[in-house]
Design a protein around this ligand. Structure first.
Ligand code: TIU
Length: 247
C-alpha cells in the first residue's frame, strides 16, 4: 500500500493569530485574575445617601460616615471606566417599600437606635424607596442604559432580578465596589460566588465604618486560594480593563 504523503497542517492561519486579543490578567490577591473575552459587569453596592451622608441610616446606627465618603473619587473613576468601555453597570440601593411589607420585623427591631427603618429622619424616611436619603449620591448617579436595583436584603441577589439580568447579558465575571465592605458588599459577593460568578472586589472602591472589618473581609474572601474571589486595587484594575476592552 502506498504511504500517505506527509502534509503539514497549521491549526490557525497567521491572520487569525493576529486577530486574537491577548487576555489580560489583573494583578490581584490571591493570584492574577484573568479577564474574560466578554467584559465583566460592574456592580456598585448601595452608594446611597443613607450610608455615606450624615443623617441617614448609617449615622442612625451610630457610625462615622465620613470614612465612607473618601472612596467616592475612586468609585467614580471605576464607573467612568466601565462607561467608557461599554461594560454592564448595575447600581444597587438597600431599600424597602413605603408600606414596609418587604422589611422583616427582625430587621426593623435590630440595634439600639433612636430612629429606625421607616422612621422620619433629616433626609426622609430611613431606607425607604423614593426618599431623599435613599438616592444614590449625585456624583455616582446612574445614567441611561445602567440598572438601578432596589434590594430589601443585604445581599443583592435576594428578592431581586439580579441573577436574570446577569444571565441576559451573558455575564461570567463581576467587579464589585460600594459599601459597606463586610455587610452588603461581602454578602453579595458570596451570593455571586455560589452562583458561579468569578468575583473581584476593587479594594479602594469599597469601605467599612470599621477599617479592621474591611481588612478582615479582604483577607477572608481571598484566603484559601480565593474561596470567595479576588481583590485588587483600582490602579491594577482600571489600566487592565482599558487594555483589554479599549478600542
Ligand atoms: N450597617 C452596615 O454596615 N451596612 C448596611 O446596613 N448596609 C450595607 O452594607 N449596604
Amino acid at each position: 500500500m502506498k504511504p500517505h504523503p506527509i502534509r503539514l497542517i497549521w491549526p490557525r492561519s497567521a491572520n487569525t493569530w493576529q486577530d486574537t486579543k491577548r487576555i489580560m490578567n489583573i494583578e490581584a490577591m490571591p493570584y492574577p485574575y484573568a479577564l474574560p473575552e466578554t467584559p465583566p459587569a460592574l456592580i456598585l453596592i448601595d452608594m446611597q445617601r443613607d450610608f455615606v451622608e450624615q443623617g441617614g441610616f448609617g449615622s442612625a446606627l451610630g457610625n462615622d460616615v465620613s470614612l465612607l465618603l473618601k472612596i467616592v473619587p475612586t468609585v467614580k473613576q471605576l464607573l467612568e471606566t466601565a462607561r467608557e468601555l461599554g461594560m454592564l453597570v448595575i447600581h444597587t440601593r438597600e431599600a424597602h417599600k413605603p408600606d414596609m411589607s418587604d422589611c422583616p420585623v427582625s430587621k426593623r427591631n435590630r440595634g439600639k437606635c433612636d430612629i429606625r427603618i421607616g422612621d422620619e429622619g433629616p433626609m426622609g424616611r430611613l431606607l425607604i424607596d423614593g426618599e431623599v436619603g435613599n438616592q444614590i449620591i449625585d456624583s455616582l448617579k446612574p445614567v441611561e442604559g445602567e440598572y438601578e436595583l432596589s434590594k430589601p436584603g443585604k445581599g443583592a441577589f435576594y428578592a431581586t432580578a439580579l441573577d436574570d439580568i446577569l444571565a441576559e447579558h451573558n455575564i461570567t465575571h463581576i467587579l464589585f465596589g460600594g459599601v459597606t465592605t463586610e455587610v452588603c458588599v461581602q454578602t453579595t459577593m458570596r451570593e455571586a460566588n455560589d452562583r458561579g460568578f468569578e468575583c473581584l472586589l476593587v479594594e479602594d472602591a469599597t469601605e467599612s465604618y470599621f477599617p479592621e472589618f474591611k481588612q478582615a473581609t479582604l483577607e477572608m474572601i481571598t484566603a484559601q486560594g480565593g474561596i470567595v474571589g479576588w481583590a485588587a486595587s483600582s490602579d491594577e484594575v482600571i489600566p487592565a480593563l482599558k487594555t483589554q476592552y479599549g478600542k
